[in-house]
Ligand binder design. Structure first.
Ligand code: NAD
Ligand code: UDP
Length: 331
Protein backbone atom coordinates (compact mmCIF):
# COMPACT_ATOMS: atom_id res chain seq x y z
CA UNK A 1 0.00 0.00 0.00
CA UNK A 2 1.20 3.44 -0.92
CA UNK A 3 0.46 6.31 1.45
CA UNK A 4 0.71 10.02 0.70
CA UNK A 5 2.00 11.72 3.84
CA UNK A 6 1.52 15.49 3.70
CA UNK A 7 3.74 17.37 6.12
CA UNK A 8 5.88 14.25 6.35
CA UNK A 9 9.08 16.23 6.97
CA UNK A 10 7.58 17.77 10.11
CA UNK A 11 7.72 16.60 13.71
CA UNK A 12 4.88 14.07 13.84
CA UNK A 13 4.94 13.30 10.10
CA UNK A 14 8.60 12.25 10.14
CA UNK A 15 8.13 9.84 13.05
CA UNK A 16 4.98 8.45 11.44
CA UNK A 17 6.71 7.98 8.08
CA UNK A 18 9.29 5.80 9.83
CA UNK A 19 6.55 3.75 11.51
CA UNK A 20 4.77 3.34 8.16
CA UNK A 21 7.94 2.24 6.34
CA UNK A 22 8.71 -0.22 9.13
CA UNK A 23 5.18 -1.60 8.83
CA UNK A 24 5.74 -2.27 5.13
CA UNK A 25 3.98 0.70 3.52
CA UNK A 26 5.42 2.73 0.66
CA UNK A 27 5.58 6.40 1.59
CA UNK A 28 5.24 9.47 -0.61
CA UNK A 29 5.95 12.67 1.31
CA UNK A 30 4.63 16.06 0.21
CA UNK A 31 6.00 19.01 2.17
CA UNK A 32 6.94 22.61 1.36
CA UNK A 33 9.50 22.84 4.22
CA UNK A 34 7.65 25.79 5.68
CA UNK A 35 8.43 24.42 9.13
CA UNK A 36 10.94 21.66 8.40
CA UNK A 37 14.14 20.95 6.50
CA UNK A 38 15.16 18.88 3.48
CA UNK A 39 17.68 16.83 5.56
CA UNK A 40 14.71 15.24 7.28
CA UNK A 41 13.98 13.11 4.23
CA UNK A 42 17.41 11.43 4.40
CA UNK A 43 17.08 10.96 8.15
CA UNK A 44 13.75 9.19 7.70
CA UNK A 45 15.29 6.92 5.07
CA UNK A 46 18.30 6.24 7.28
CA UNK A 47 16.21 5.34 10.32
CA UNK A 48 13.73 3.21 8.40
CA UNK A 49 16.33 1.62 6.11
CA UNK A 50 14.06 2.32 3.12
CA UNK A 51 13.58 4.98 0.47
CA UNK A 52 10.69 7.43 0.29
CA UNK A 53 9.36 9.35 -2.70
CA UNK A 54 9.45 13.05 -2.02
CA UNK A 55 7.63 16.05 -3.52
CA UNK A 56 8.46 19.61 -2.50
CA UNK A 57 4.97 20.92 -2.87
CA UNK A 58 2.54 23.27 -1.21
CA UNK A 59 -0.54 21.16 -0.66
CA UNK A 60 -2.84 24.17 -1.09
CA UNK A 61 -1.70 24.13 -4.74
CA UNK A 62 -4.33 21.96 -6.41
CA UNK A 63 -2.51 21.50 -9.72
CA UNK A 64 0.74 20.50 -8.06
CA UNK A 65 -1.08 18.06 -5.77
CA UNK A 66 -2.95 16.52 -8.70
CA UNK A 67 0.38 15.77 -10.38
CA UNK A 68 1.27 13.46 -7.49
CA UNK A 69 -1.96 11.50 -7.97
CA UNK A 70 -1.41 11.37 -11.72
CA UNK A 71 2.05 9.88 -11.31
CA UNK A 72 1.42 7.46 -8.45
CA UNK A 73 -1.14 4.92 -7.39
CA UNK A 74 -2.10 6.24 -3.95
CA UNK A 75 -4.06 4.04 -1.57
CA UNK A 76 -4.44 6.45 1.32
CA UNK A 77 -3.56 9.88 2.67
CA UNK A 78 -2.34 10.99 6.06
CA UNK A 79 -2.75 14.75 6.19
CA UNK A 80 -0.32 16.34 8.67
CA UNK A 81 0.56 19.48 6.70
CA UNK A 82 -0.63 22.53 8.56
CA UNK A 83 0.36 25.55 10.54
CA UNK A 84 0.14 24.99 14.28
CA UNK A 85 1.23 28.04 16.30
CA UNK A 86 -1.84 28.96 18.32
CA UNK A 87 -0.67 32.49 19.23
CA UNK A 88 0.35 33.33 15.67
CA UNK A 89 -3.05 32.13 14.43
CA UNK A 90 -4.74 34.84 16.53
CA UNK A 91 -2.53 37.51 14.92
CA UNK A 92 -2.66 36.10 11.36
CA UNK A 93 -6.03 34.34 11.08
CA UNK A 94 -6.25 34.43 7.28
CA UNK A 95 -2.87 32.72 6.90
CA UNK A 96 -4.10 29.89 9.13
CA UNK A 97 -7.55 29.54 7.54
CA UNK A 98 -6.04 29.65 4.05
CA UNK A 99 -3.33 27.05 4.65
CA UNK A 100 -5.14 24.64 6.94
CA UNK A 101 -8.58 24.67 5.32
CA UNK A 102 -7.50 24.88 1.69
CA UNK A 103 -5.05 21.99 2.08
CA UNK A 104 -7.87 19.79 3.42
CA UNK A 105 -10.19 20.85 0.56
CA UNK A 106 -7.56 20.21 -2.11
CA UNK A 107 -6.81 16.74 -0.75
CA UNK A 108 -10.48 15.80 -0.36
CA UNK A 109 -11.08 16.89 -3.95
CA UNK A 110 -8.14 14.78 -5.10
CA UNK A 111 -9.64 11.78 -3.27
CA UNK A 112 -12.84 12.30 -5.21
CA UNK A 113 -11.10 12.81 -8.52
CA UNK A 114 -8.62 9.95 -8.24
CA UNK A 115 -10.73 7.46 -6.32
CA UNK A 116 -8.75 7.42 -3.06
CA UNK A 117 -10.98 6.33 -0.20
CA UNK A 118 -8.68 6.24 2.84
CA UNK A 119 -7.95 9.45 4.73
CA UNK A 120 -6.38 10.06 8.13
CA UNK A 121 -6.49 13.60 9.48
CA UNK A 122 -4.35 15.26 12.18
CA UNK A 123 -6.85 16.89 14.47
CA UNK A 124 -6.31 18.11 17.99
CA UNK A 125 -7.74 17.89 21.50
CA UNK A 126 -8.22 21.64 21.18
CA UNK A 127 -11.56 20.93 19.41
CA UNK A 128 -13.02 19.96 22.79
CA UNK A 129 -12.54 23.49 24.11
CA UNK A 130 -13.18 23.75 27.83
CA UNK A 131 -15.26 20.57 28.15
CA UNK A 132 -15.20 18.50 31.33
CA UNK A 133 -12.25 16.06 31.52
CA UNK A 134 -11.67 13.37 30.47
CA UNK A 135 -12.56 14.28 26.90
CA UNK A 136 -14.63 11.66 25.10
CA UNK A 137 -15.11 11.46 21.31
CA UNK A 138 -18.90 11.77 21.66
CA UNK A 139 -18.75 15.18 23.38
CA UNK A 140 -20.16 18.26 21.66
CA UNK A 141 -17.28 20.43 20.50
CA UNK A 142 -16.89 23.81 22.22
CA UNK A 143 -15.34 27.04 20.88
CA UNK A 144 -11.57 26.81 20.77
CA UNK A 145 -10.64 30.48 21.41
CA UNK A 146 -8.27 30.69 18.40
CA UNK A 147 -8.25 30.37 14.60
CA UNK A 148 -5.87 27.39 14.69
CA UNK A 149 -8.39 25.38 16.69
CA UNK A 150 -11.21 26.49 14.40
CA UNK A 151 -9.29 25.18 11.36
CA UNK A 152 -9.27 21.76 13.01
CA UNK A 153 -13.02 21.92 13.75
CA UNK A 154 -13.74 23.03 10.18
CA UNK A 155 -11.46 20.44 8.57
CA UNK A 156 -13.18 17.72 10.61
CA UNK A 157 -16.56 19.00 9.38
CA UNK A 158 -15.45 19.17 5.73
CA UNK A 159 -14.21 15.57 5.81
CA UNK A 160 -17.34 14.42 7.67
CA UNK A 161 -19.69 16.06 5.15
CA UNK A 162 -17.66 14.68 2.26
CA UNK A 163 -17.88 11.23 3.82
CA UNK A 164 -21.67 11.46 4.08
CA UNK A 165 -22.09 11.58 0.31
CA UNK A 166 -19.26 9.16 -0.52
CA UNK A 167 -20.18 5.91 1.20
CA UNK A 168 -16.85 4.23 0.40
CA UNK A 169 -14.82 7.06 1.93
CA UNK A 170 -13.13 6.01 5.18
CA UNK A 171 -11.83 8.84 7.27
CA UNK A 172 -10.16 8.81 10.66
CA UNK A 173 -10.10 12.06 12.61
CA UNK A 174 -7.27 11.69 15.10
CA UNK A 175 -7.43 14.10 18.01
CA UNK A 176 -3.91 14.34 19.37
CA UNK A 177 -3.35 15.39 22.95
CA UNK A 178 0.17 16.71 23.71
CA UNK A 179 2.81 15.01 21.54
CA UNK A 180 6.33 15.16 23.06
CA UNK A 181 9.60 13.24 22.95
CA UNK A 182 11.59 12.03 20.00
CA UNK A 183 12.73 8.96 18.11
CA UNK A 184 14.87 6.82 20.43
CA UNK A 185 17.89 7.30 18.13
CA UNK A 186 17.97 11.00 19.06
CA UNK A 187 18.40 11.75 15.36
CA UNK A 188 14.98 13.34 14.83
CA UNK A 189 12.70 15.20 17.20
CA UNK A 190 10.92 18.47 17.76
CA UNK A 191 12.94 21.50 16.67
CA UNK A 192 10.68 24.55 16.72
CA UNK A 193 11.76 27.79 15.08
CA UNK A 194 12.48 30.60 17.55
CA UNK A 195 11.37 30.50 21.16
CA UNK A 196 9.20 27.43 21.73
CA UNK A 197 5.52 27.88 22.52
CA UNK A 198 5.15 24.40 23.95
CA UNK A 199 6.26 23.22 27.34
CA UNK A 200 8.56 20.25 26.56
CA UNK A 201 10.77 21.99 23.96
CA UNK A 202 10.95 24.98 26.29
CA UNK A 203 12.17 22.72 29.11
CA UNK A 204 14.77 21.01 26.90
CA UNK A 205 16.10 24.38 25.75
CA UNK A 206 16.41 25.52 29.37
CA UNK A 207 18.25 22.26 30.10
CA UNK A 208 20.62 23.02 27.23
CA UNK A 209 21.24 26.55 28.49
CA UNK A 210 19.66 28.18 25.42
CA UNK A 211 16.96 29.70 27.61
CA UNK A 212 17.52 30.92 31.13
CA UNK A 213 14.47 29.64 32.95
CA UNK A 214 11.05 28.19 32.38
CA UNK A 215 8.10 30.48 32.88
CA UNK A 216 5.16 28.57 34.32
CA UNK A 217 1.91 30.10 33.16
CA UNK A 218 -0.14 30.23 36.36
CA UNK A 219 -0.26 28.15 39.55
CA UNK A 220 -3.78 29.04 40.61
CA UNK A 221 -5.75 26.57 38.45
CA UNK A 222 -8.10 24.13 40.18
CA UNK A 223 -5.66 21.23 39.59
CA UNK A 224 -3.49 18.93 41.70
CA UNK A 225 -0.83 21.64 42.31
CA UNK A 226 -2.36 24.71 40.65
CA UNK A 227 -0.47 24.34 37.35
CA UNK A 228 -2.03 23.29 34.05
CA UNK A 229 -2.63 19.59 33.45
CA UNK A 230 -2.13 17.95 30.02
CA UNK A 231 -2.04 14.47 28.54
CA UNK A 232 1.49 14.09 27.15
CA UNK A 233 1.97 11.34 24.59
CA UNK A 234 5.26 10.05 23.18
CA UNK A 235 5.54 10.90 19.48
CA UNK A 236 6.48 7.30 18.60
CA UNK A 237 3.32 6.02 20.30
CA UNK A 238 1.45 8.59 18.24
CA UNK A 239 3.25 7.46 15.08
CA UNK A 240 2.27 3.84 15.74
CA UNK A 241 -1.33 4.92 16.31
CA UNK A 242 -1.44 6.19 12.71
CA UNK A 243 -0.47 2.77 11.42
CA UNK A 244 -3.22 1.22 13.57
CA UNK A 245 -5.72 3.84 12.36
CA UNK A 246 -4.90 3.07 8.71
CA UNK A 247 -5.20 -0.64 9.28
CA UNK A 248 -8.60 -0.30 10.95
CA UNK A 249 -10.19 2.22 8.63
CA UNK A 250 -13.82 1.45 7.89
CA UNK A 251 -16.20 3.40 5.65
CA UNK A 252 -17.60 6.46 7.40
CA UNK A 253 -16.14 8.81 9.96
CA UNK A 254 -14.00 7.36 12.72
CA UNK A 255 -12.92 9.67 15.54
CA UNK A 256 -10.19 8.73 18.01
CA UNK A 257 -8.50 10.43 20.93
CA UNK A 258 -4.77 9.77 20.93
CA UNK A 259 -3.33 10.31 24.37
CA UNK A 260 -2.33 8.23 27.37
CA UNK A 261 -5.42 9.01 29.41
CA UNK A 262 -3.22 10.37 32.20
CA UNK A 263 -2.95 14.02 33.18
CA UNK A 264 0.42 15.50 34.20
CA UNK A 265 0.80 19.00 35.65
CA UNK A 266 3.52 21.45 34.57
CA UNK A 267 5.31 20.99 37.90
CA UNK A 268 5.04 17.20 37.63
CA UNK A 269 6.56 17.30 34.14
CA UNK A 270 9.42 19.51 35.33
CA UNK A 271 10.11 17.09 38.19
CA UNK A 272 9.92 14.06 35.87
CA UNK A 273 12.39 15.72 33.49
CA UNK A 274 14.78 16.56 36.33
CA UNK A 275 14.64 13.02 37.72
CA UNK A 276 14.93 11.32 34.33
CA UNK A 277 17.93 13.36 33.18
CA UNK A 278 19.62 14.57 36.38
CA UNK A 279 19.32 18.23 35.37
CA UNK A 280 17.75 21.04 37.37
CA UNK A 281 15.27 23.23 35.53
CA UNK A 282 15.08 26.74 37.00
CA UNK A 283 11.61 28.23 36.77
CA UNK A 284 9.42 31.12 37.84
CA UNK A 285 5.66 31.32 38.02
CA UNK A 286 4.11 34.07 35.89
CA UNK A 287 0.55 35.00 34.93
CA UNK A 288 -1.78 32.56 33.17
CA UNK A 289 -1.47 32.41 29.38
CA UNK A 290 -4.53 33.74 27.57
CA UNK A 291 -6.78 30.99 26.19
CA UNK A 292 -5.28 28.17 28.32
CA UNK A 293 -7.59 25.73 30.03
CA UNK A 294 -6.90 24.12 33.42
CA UNK A 295 -7.01 20.46 32.44
CA UNK A 296 -6.96 18.45 29.25
CA UNK A 297 -6.72 14.69 29.15
CA UNK A 298 -8.25 11.94 27.09
CA UNK A 299 -10.59 9.07 27.53
CA UNK A 300 -8.56 6.63 25.44
CA UNK A 301 -10.84 3.60 25.67
CA UNK A 302 -12.19 3.89 22.11
CA UNK A 303 -8.76 3.73 20.45
CA UNK A 304 -7.87 0.74 22.60
CA UNK A 305 -11.14 -1.03 21.87
CA UNK A 306 -11.35 -0.36 18.14
CA UNK A 307 -7.75 0.10 17.01
CA UNK A 308 -6.13 -2.31 19.44
CA UNK A 309 -3.69 0.50 20.17
CA UNK A 310 -2.62 2.13 23.41
CA UNK A 311 0.33 4.32 24.37
CA UNK A 312 3.21 2.28 25.80
CA UNK A 313 5.87 4.85 26.65
CA UNK A 314 5.73 6.60 30.02
CA UNK A 315 6.55 10.15 31.04
CA UNK A 316 10.15 9.25 32.00
CA UNK A 317 10.78 7.85 28.50
CA UNK A 318 9.24 10.98 26.97
CA UNK A 319 11.58 13.20 29.03
CA UNK A 320 14.67 11.09 28.27
CA UNK A 321 14.01 10.92 24.55
CA UNK A 322 13.18 14.64 24.31
CA UNK A 323 16.47 15.46 26.01
CA UNK A 324 18.53 12.98 23.98
CA UNK A 325 17.38 14.75 20.83
CA UNK A 326 17.85 18.32 22.11
CA UNK A 327 21.25 17.58 23.60
CA UNK A 328 22.86 16.61 20.30
CA UNK A 329 20.74 18.70 17.98
CA UNK A 330 22.57 21.44 16.12
CA UNK A 331 20.67 24.14 14.29
P1 NAD B 1 5.20 20.52 12.06
O1 NAD B 1 5.12 21.98 11.80
O2 NAD B 1 6.45 19.97 12.62
O3 NAD B 1 4.87 19.70 10.72
C1 NAD B 1 3.98 20.18 9.75
C2 NAD B 1 4.65 20.02 8.40
O4 NAD B 1 3.74 20.47 7.40
C3 NAD B 1 5.91 20.86 8.25
O5 NAD B 1 6.96 20.05 7.73
C4 NAD B 1 5.53 21.96 7.27
O6 NAD B 1 6.63 22.35 6.47
C5 NAD B 1 4.44 21.27 6.47
N1 NAD B 1 3.46 22.18 5.85
C6 NAD B 1 2.71 23.13 6.44
N2 NAD B 1 1.90 23.71 5.53
C7 NAD B 1 2.13 23.07 4.35
C8 NAD B 1 1.58 23.19 3.05
N3 NAD B 1 0.65 24.09 2.76
N4 NAD B 1 2.05 22.38 2.09
C9 NAD B 1 3.01 21.45 2.34
N5 NAD B 1 3.56 21.29 3.56
C10 NAD B 1 3.11 22.09 4.55
O7 NAD B 1 3.95 20.15 12.98
P2 NAD B 1 3.60 18.80 13.75
O8 NAD B 1 3.75 19.04 15.19
O9 NAD B 1 4.31 17.66 13.13
O10 NAD B 1 2.05 18.71 13.45
C11 NAD B 1 1.52 17.93 12.39
C12 NAD B 1 0.00 18.07 12.38
O11 NAD B 1 -0.51 17.66 13.64
C13 NAD B 1 -0.48 19.51 12.17
O12 NAD B 1 -1.63 19.48 11.36
C14 NAD B 1 -0.82 19.96 13.57
O13 NAD B 1 -1.80 20.96 13.58
C15 NAD B 1 -1.34 18.67 14.18
N6 NAD B 1 -1.23 18.66 15.65
C16 NAD B 1 -0.02 18.87 16.25
C17 NAD B 1 0.06 18.90 17.64
C18 NAD B 1 1.39 19.17 18.32
O14 NAD B 1 1.38 19.51 19.51
N7 NAD B 1 2.54 19.03 17.67
C19 NAD B 1 -1.07 18.69 18.41
C20 NAD B 1 -2.29 18.45 17.77
C21 NAD B 1 -2.36 18.43 16.39
N1 UDP C 1 3.28 26.06 29.75
C1 UDP C 1 4.06 26.80 30.63
N2 UDP C 1 5.16 27.45 30.15
C2 UDP C 1 5.54 27.39 28.85
C3 UDP C 1 4.73 26.63 27.97
C4 UDP C 1 3.62 25.99 28.44
O1 UDP C 1 3.75 26.87 31.82
O2 UDP C 1 6.54 28.03 28.47
C5 UDP C 1 2.11 25.33 30.25
C6 UDP C 1 0.78 25.72 29.63
O3 UDP C 1 0.19 26.78 30.33
C7 UDP C 1 -0.02 24.41 29.72
C8 UDP C 1 1.06 23.34 29.59
O4 UDP C 1 2.29 23.96 29.92
O5 UDP C 1 -0.62 24.29 30.99
C9 UDP C 1 1.16 22.75 28.19
O6 UDP C 1 1.31 23.82 27.26
P1 UDP C 1 1.64 23.57 25.73
O7 UDP C 1 1.71 24.92 25.07
O8 UDP C 1 2.81 22.68 25.61
O9 UDP C 1 0.38 22.75 25.20
P2 UDP C 1 -1.18 23.17 25.10
O10 UDP C 1 -1.42 24.34 25.95
O11 UDP C 1 -1.37 23.44 23.66
O12 UDP C 1 -1.92 21.98 25.59
Amino acid sequence: MSILVTGGAGYIGSHTSIALLKAGYSVIIADNFFNSRPEMIQKIEQLAGKKVIFYEVDVTNEQAVNQIFIHHQIDGIIHFAGLKAVGESVKKPLKYYYNNILSTLVLAKACHKYGVDKFVFSSSATVYGDNKVPFVETMDLLPTTNPYGETKVMSERILTDFGKVNPNFSVSLLRYFNPVGAHESGLIGEAPNGIPNNLMPYITQVAKGKLERLRIFGNDYPTVDGTGVRDYIHVMDLAEAHVAALEHLTPGVNIYNLGTGKGTSVLELVKAFEDANGITIPYEVVARRLGDIAECYADVSKAKRELGWEAKRDIVTMCRDAWRFERYYEE
